[in-house]
Design a protein around this ligand. Structure first.
Ligand code: NAP
Length: 351
C-alpha cells in the first residue's frame, strides 16, 4: 500500500459503527484528519471513545451531522476529501418494516452519498462497505456457485423483502453503488464484502449485531445449544485493514470477499468452551436441524422455516484469495478473534 496522504481529510460515514470504529482508529493512527459523519454529533457521550482515540493519535477528528435519507446531508462532511468510506447502513436481523428500516436507508443512502461524491470535485476514491450478503443469500446458494465456493462474480439472487431482508438490502445497495459509479469517471469505486465480523470493538459498549450475537453466546441465550449454521467470519481489525488498502492501494478495483475463515456457530461455541470452560453458560450442543426447523421461528422471528431449511447443516465456503493478493490482507486466527472479543465482553460485564 502506498503511504497515506495525510494532507487531505477522509470521510467516514456511520463513524459510530462497530466496524467503522476500527477504520477511524487506524486512520487516526496514520495521522489522517477524519471527517466523521454521524447522526447525532451533539451526543458527546456516544462519541467520547472516538474523541479519546483522536486525542492520543497523530490524526484529528471532526464530526458532521448527516442522515442517510437526507439529500445533500454529506456535502459539508465530504468537502475537500479525496477518499470516502461509506460504511453507514442499518445492520439488523429483526426489523418491523424491511423496506423502511433496511432497504431504503441502504439503497437510497448509498445513492445519496455517491451522488454527493459526483458533486464534490476533490473525491477520487469511494470505498463502500458491502457484505458477503450481497454475494449469497442462503448457504444453499452454494449449489449454483462454481465448485460450491462463493466468489466475487456471484450476486445474491435468493434474498427478498420477505426472506433474508438484510441481505437483500445489502444487495440492492451495492448494485446502486455500481450503477452510480459506472455512470461517471471522476472517482473509482472499490467494494469490501466482509463476512460476519467479530473481534473486540473499539468501543467496549458498542451495540450492533456482531456484539449482540457474541453476547448471546455467553449470557445464557444459547444455553440449550446452537443451530448448525455455517458462516464466514472475519476479524473486525482485519476487515478495517482491507478498507484502508481499498482506499489507498492504487490498483485496487472491484469487489473483495473479506473473510478469514469458513466457520460456523458450533465452531465458535467450541472455541469459547475450550478457552472459558464452565465459567459461563456457553452452548454445549449442536441442535438437530429438525428441532431448529420446528421451534426456531417461535423463539426468533428471523429464523423462519425457509431460513433453517436453506442454511442449517450446509457448510459456508468462500474464496478470499483476491483480498489477500490484491489488498494484502492477512487474517488472524479465529481463536484470537473469538477469545479477545469474549474477554472484552467479560471485562465490560456484558456477559
Ligand atoms: P453498526 O455498528 O450497527 O453500525 C451501523 C452504522 O450505520 C452506525 O454508525 C449507524 O449510526 C449508521 N446508520 C444506520 N442508519 C443510519 C442512517 N439512517 N443515517 C446515518 N447513519 C446510519 O454496524 P456494523 O456491524 O459496524 O456495520 C457497518 C457496515 O458493515 C454496514 O454497512 C454493514 O452492513 C456492514 N457489514 C457488517 C458486518 C458485520 O458482521 N457486522 C458484516 C458485513 C458487512 P447510529 O450509531 O447513529 O445508529
Amino acid at each position: 500500500m502506498k503511504p497515506i496522504d495525510t494532507t487531505k481529510p477522509v470521510l467516514v460515514t456511520g463513524a459510530t459503527g462497530y466496524l467503522a470504529g476500527w477504520i477511524v482508529s487506524k486512520l487516526l493512527d496514520q495521522g489522517v484528519t477524519v471527517h466523521a459523519a454521524v447522526r447525532h454529533p451533539s451526543n458527546t457521550e456516544k462519541l467520547a471513545y472516538l474523541t479519546e482515540i483522536a486525542e492520543r493519535s497523530p490524526g484529528a477528528i471532526r464530526y458532521f451531522k448527516a442522515d442517510l435519507l437526507t439529500p445533500g446531508a454529506y456535502a459539508e462532511a465530504m468537502s475537500g476529501c479525496e477518499v470516502v468510506f461509506h460504511t453507514a447502513s442499518p445492520f439488523s436481523i429483526r426489523v418491523d418494516d424491511p423496506q423502511r428500516d433496511l432497504v431504503d436507508p441502504a439503497r437510497l443512502g448509498t445513492r445519496n452519498v455517491l451522488e454527493q461524491a459526483n458533486q464534490t470535485e476533490s473525491v477520487k476514491r469511494v470505498v463502500v462497505t458491502s457484505s458477503c450478503a450481497a454475494i449469497y443469500g442462503d448457504n444453499a446458494d452454494r449449489d449454483a456457485a462454481p465448485g460450491g465456493i462463493f466468489n466475487e462474480e456471484i450476486w445474491n439472487r435468493s434474498s427478498s423483502l420477505s426472506h433474508q431482508p438484510y441481505s437483500y438490502s445489502k444487495t440492492v445497495a451495492e448494485k446502486e453503488a455500481w450503477k452510480v459509479a459506472d455512470a461517471q469517471n471522476q472517482w473509482k469505486l472499490v467494494v469490501i464484502n466482509p463476512s460476519f465480523v467479530l473481534g473486540p470493538a473499539v468501543n467496549p459498549m458498542a451495540g450492533g449485531e456482531s456484539m449482540s450475537i457474541m453476547t448471546q453466546f455467553g449470557d445464557g441465550s444459547m444455553k440449550a445449544g446452537v443451530p448448525d449454521l455455517g458462516m464466514g467470519i472475519v476479524d473486525v481489525r482485519d476487515a478495517a485493514n482491507a478498507h484502508l488498502a481499498a482506499a489507498f492501494e492504487p490498483e485496487a478495483e472491484g469487489r473483495h470477499i473479506t473473510s478469514g475463515h469458513n466457520s460456523s456457530f458450533p465452531e465458535v461455541a467450541r472455541i469459547l468452551r475450550e478457552r472459558f470452560g464452565d465459567a459461563y453458560p456457553l452452548p454445549k450442543r449442536t441442535l438437530p436441524k429438525w428441532f431448529v426447523w420446528l421451534v426456531g421461528p417461535i423463539f426468533d422471528k428471523s429464523l423462519t422455516r425457509k431460513v433453517v431449511a436453506r442454511n442449517a447443516g450446509i457448510p459456508w465456503v468462500a474464496d478470499n484469495l483476491k483480498s489477500i493478493e490484491k489488498l494484502g490482507v492477512t487474517y488472524r486466527p479465529l481463536e484470537e478473534t473469538v477469545t479477545e472479543m469474549f474477554t472484552q465482553l467479560i471485562e465490560a460485564r456484558r456477559v
